[in-house]
Design a protein around this ligand. Structure first.
Ligand SMILES: O=C(O)C(=O)C[C@]1(C(=O)O)C=C[C@@H](O)C=C1
Length: 154
């Protein structure tokens, strides 16, 4: 489950790069609603609490926006090298985000029962550390992991 959260967050630099070229704003309210609606429908299908799944997905969107804002600000200020090319958002990046939704929702359905466990926070911290060792992230992405995981435990 955490692996999918990180995989999704790690796409935010590509989303930011596509927006750097297209000039599209970071926030796309209609797309956010579509993502949340898809997650809610998939949660119902997977037998998970849609409110829990929607809360977790709202965090994924917020975390993605943190990464995007941070990178776009750095690129605009010339603090770090702007990307030379970017994938197309609609045809290349969003389909991957949608694929992750179809995998992340059943994974959340499986882990949701542990959200109320008193050890949930400690286990989450351990698992997060393990995933970060296995797949090192850029500092911008790593900084948003806390937001992405903030609703996983009660
Ligand atoms: O698809 C985009 O445009 C994104 O920036 C990704 C994303 C998301 O995390 O799903 C995040 C912010 C936008 O407001 C909409 C969706």
């Amino acid at each position: 489950m955490l692996r999918l959260v990180i995989e999704r967050l790690d796409l935010a630099p590509e989303v930011a790069a596509s927006k750097y070229f297209s000039g599209q704003p970071v926030t796309d309210a209609a797309r956010e609603q579509a993502v949340l609606d898809a997650a809610s429908a998939a949660a119902t299908e997977a037998g998970a609490d849609p409110a829990y799944v929607v809360a977790v997905f709202a965090d994924q969107i917020a975390a993605s926006k943190e990464v995007q804002e941070s990178l776009l600000a750095q690129w605009a200020a010339g603090e770090s090298a702007a990307p030379a090319e970017a994938p197309d958002l609609a045809t290349e990046v969003r389909p991957v985000l949608d694929r992750i939704t179809t995998e992340l929702v059943p994974a959340l359905a499986a882990t949701a029962p542990f959200a109320a466990d008193p050890g949930c926070g400690a286990a989450l911290a351990d698992d997060t550390a393990e995933v970060l060792v296995a797949s090192p992230l850029t500092s911008e992405v790593a900084a948003a992991v806390a937001t992405a995981t903030s609703s996983l435990c009660d």
